[in-house]
Design a protein around this ligand. Structure first.
Ligand SMILES: Nc1nc2c(ncn2[C@@H]2O[C@H](COP(=O)(O)OP(=O)(O)OP(=O)(O)O)[C@@H](O)[C@H]2O)c(=O)[nH]1
Ligand SMILES: [Mg+2]
Length: 321
């Protein structure tokens, strides 16, 4: 049985940090390869294989969640590149009018397909999270702009003490061949606003490649319907005091088909989310205020408990206790 070196993050943490320059816009494939190599070592030493639970070794499992809206030309590329560490794929479809689901099932027959209730990427993600069953969730787009071969970067930090991992196109080793000048400026402005509002130092914001432990989903308390889900995930992770890591990621151009994002409409939704989140202190109210009238309408307590005097009395003879 492989033993788990408890201090592996201490051993390798400085090495990872040394590979990561303080801030940079440049792309360095050498550094990216070095981070990947180190991730592989971490994975082998104290990653997924053996996590002791109650004295027994247990394998951690990984679900990949993919929102899709008319991605029949791209979904096969994504599914074919799933690394072996992925146990489960959940596809959350937005009532695609093309053959997205058919193609997905033909490439990966064990895929779990759920159909979202309403509209928008956020709604789809929330439905997919209800269906996922693994310990770790990785969220990835279906248009081929995010490379599944990077998934291990999102899983390794979770095995080393982090709760939430977000991809960044602006860390050394990351980059984008997809961002237009307008979107780049808009994203950077939103990053700066987020950093100023929440006193953090993120390098990226509007990017949906991320991962987290499934047992953290309740504290993430997601409500977003559209593309602002990515912002809500990050801000709620911050407010819930989760330990957050950023890893470099290379964004590619969507392979085929049209984007669903509208720069100004969705940028505005992200900004509104940030302002609302800054004004509301907690992700969820610590105390639920219950109105007296509501209390009056609820099932009376006497329906559920023994009548006074019956508690502790022995059952009558001949009755089953
Ligand atoms: N289920 C579902 N998926 C959606 C919806 N809108 C977008 N998606 C998916 O969410 C992912 C991201 O959407 P994109 O349209 O690529 O948006 P984007 O990546 O921000 O924009 P581009 O960079 O232009 O591609 C893709 O996998 C889409 O298929 C939706 O309403 N429902
Ligand atoms: Mg895209």
């Amino acid at each position: 049985m492989t033993t788990v070196p408890k201090n592996a993050d201490v051993q390798h943490g400085p090495a990872l940090a040394a590979l990561r320059p303080a801030s940079s816009d440049t792309t360095s494939s050498a550094q990216s390869r070095a981070i990947d190599a180190l991730s592989t070592v971490l994975q082998r030493e104290n990653g997924r294989p053996n996590v002791p639970v109650n004295g027994h070794a247990r394998q951690e499992t990984v679900s990949v969640v993919i929102p899709t809206l008319n991605e029949e030309k791209n979904i096969a590329w994504v599914l074919e590149r799933m690394p072996p560490l992925v146990n489960e794929v959940v596809l959350a479809d937005g009532h695609s009018s093309d053959r997205t689901i058919e193609v997905a099932r033909s490439v990966r027959p064990d895929i779990i397909v759920v159909t979202q209730r309403f509209r928008g990427k956020g709604d789809a993600v929330r439905v997919a999270l209800d269906a996922a069953t693994s310990d770790v969730i990785v969220m990835i787009d279906a248009d081929g702009s995010m490379d599944p071969s990077e998934i291990h970067r999102y899983v390794t930090p979770l095995m080393n003490g982090y709760d939430f991992v977000k991809g960044s196109r602006f860390l050394s080793g990351g980059g984008s061949t997809d961002l237009t000048a307008l979107r780049k400026v808009g994203n950077q402005a939103l990053v700066r606003i987020t950093n100023a509002m929440f006193l953090v130092r993120f390098t990226d914001l509007c990017y949906g490649f991320c991962s987290f432990r499934r047992d953290r989903v309740p504290v993430l308390a997601l409500t977003a319907h559209g593309f602002e889900i990515e912002t809500e995930l990050v801000v709620h992770a911050l407010k819930a005091n989760l330990r957050i890591a950023e890893v470099p990621s290379m964004e590619l151009q969507r392979r085929r088909g049209a984007s669903n994002l509208r720069t100004f409409r969705d940028g505005h939704r992200v900004l509104r989310t940030l302002i609302r989140e800054r004004l509301v202190r907690h992700t969820r109210p610590v105390v639920d205020p219950i109105d007296q009238r509501v209390l009056h309408d609820w099932r009376p307590v006497t329906a559920d408990i023994h009548p006074a005097g019956s508690v502790g009395q022995p059952p009558e003879e001949g009755t089953l206790s």
